[in-house]
Write a protein that binds this ligand. Structure first.
Ligand code: FNR
Length: 205
């Protein structure tokens, strides 16, 4: 296993559980984080990573998934009459305080499904959902550089979309079999601590 760590750490012993959208929409319930899994696969290791982060994050972070699976392929003909899937995506982003991207790297770039979702959220022109919306990026790959190149590509897109993004620590997870269980339990103490610290740092921005 290999993790790139670029920053300072503080231990956070709190544990967090998934919350439903109603709770996430309650301004009294904490800092609302919408997470987008960049993989559309039912077996996604990045979805597993998202589960682990939700378990390990500080309690004041309330997570809700922002789904991207049902989005049609974007083109600007939709701009005059946005379909329900596009409106739902924009509403979901508007309802959270920050967006967390948990994504694989495809061919050293952003998975097409994720780029499509970002394009939907960025339009119609003048209604970019990411403007001034804080974001954070993390990812897992069976490869040893753990999505590093894909994340650089995503950061470039988020920068253009005017989303202030957490820069450090970077989180590139080399995913090995059994590292995280289906329930999101991390089996390696070092990696568990890394993810806990990563989420704690994210909670401060
Ligand atoms: C990959 N994979 C991959 N891995 C990587 O580290 N760098 C890469 O550029 C790519 N490229 C790539 C392209 C395509 C089309 C696929 C299907 C896969 C392997 C990838 O990391 C692996 O399949 C992960 O399991 C994908 O993450 P999810 O979908 O399981 O979350």
């Amino acid at each position: 296993m290999h993790v790139v760590v670029n920053g300072k750490w503080r231990v956070q012993k709190a544990r967090n559980d998934h919350v439903d959208e109603a709770e996430a929409g309650n301004p009294m319930s904490g800092y609302r984080v919408g997470y987008i899994v960049g993989s559309l696969s039912a077996k996604s290791i990045n979805r597993t990573l998202a589960k682990a982060l939700i378990r390990l994050a500080p309690e004041n972070l309330k997570f809700v998934e922002i789904p991207i699976r049902e989005l049609p392929l974007y083109n600007y003909d939709f701009d005059t009459d946005y379909p329900p899937q596009g409106r739902a995506l924009k509403d979901a982003i508007a309802a959270v305080d920050a967006v967390l991207f948990v994504t694989p790297e495809y061919n050293r770039g952003i998975p097409g499904g994720l780029k499509n979702a970002i394009d939907w959220a960025s339009r119609p022109y003048g209604t970019n959902s990411f403007a001034h919306k804080p974001s954070a990026v993390i990812g897992a790959s069976p490869g040893k550089i753990g999505t590093a190149v894909g994340q650089q590509s995503l950061r470039s897109v988020l920068s253009f979309c005017n989303s202030p993004s957490m820069e450090a620590p970077e989180g590139y997870l080399h995913f090995t079999p059994g590292l995280i269980t289906e329930l999101g339990e991390v089996t390696d103490k070092g990696i568990e601590q890394f993810l806990k610290d990563w989420a704690t740092t994210g909670a401060k921005i």
